[in-house]
Design a protein around this ligand. Structure first.
Ligand code: HEM
Length: 126
């Protein structure tokens, strides 16, 4: 039986495994490898903070993901298919590693944030 996401170490494992898949993904890998030159030692802790705050309300993340992805979209356009693939990989990673209330919750949050982000970026007039 798989365990639930209980602490930051679990979030780190989830995000590391997610990015292993993202970076080698034929559809969305390019955003993270050739398009942007991401400083992973800076970016990964930001992502751990973001997700830890979502599950455990640590108050550690104070960035603006909507603005970051709007900017990204202007440089390298994001499509509906890109969002669908991002979400598919996030769900797949979570399902393979964990199960339980927090695993369900993180998937729901990922889906709702992705939906809002996609709406704001791809159909900004609605
Ligand atoms: C098509 C889907 C997506 C792509 C290709 C994508 C790509 C990226 C890239 C390249 C960055 C780094 C940008 C930079 O540092 O200049 C980034 C940052 C980030 N992404 Fe995404 N992303 C996607 C969807 C999402 C979704 C759905 C979420 C949340 C549920 C998310 C959460 C974040 C966060 C929190 C950051 C860090 C923002 C900050 O620096 O404060 N991303 N993303």
């Amino acid at each position: 039986m798989k365990k639930d996401i209980k602490n930051r170490a679990d979030i780190e494992m989830l995000i590391n495994s997610f990015y292993d898949r993202v970076k080698t993904n034929a559809q969305i890998g390019h955003f993270f490898t050739t398009d942007k030159h991401i400083d992973w030692s800076a970016h990964l802790p930001v992502m751990y903070n973001f997700w830890e705050n979502i599950l455990f309300y640590t108050g550690q993340y104070n960035g603006n993901p909507m603005a970051v992805h709007k900017q990204l979209h202007q440089e390298f356009p994001l499509s509906k298919e890109d969002f669908a693939e991002w979400l598919r990989l996030f769900k797949q990673t979570t399902d393979e590693l964990f199960e339980g209330e927090n695993a369900d919750l993180i998937q729901q949050r990922a889906q709702s944030i992705a939906l809002v982000m996609e709406g704001k970026i791809i159909s900004p007039h609605f």
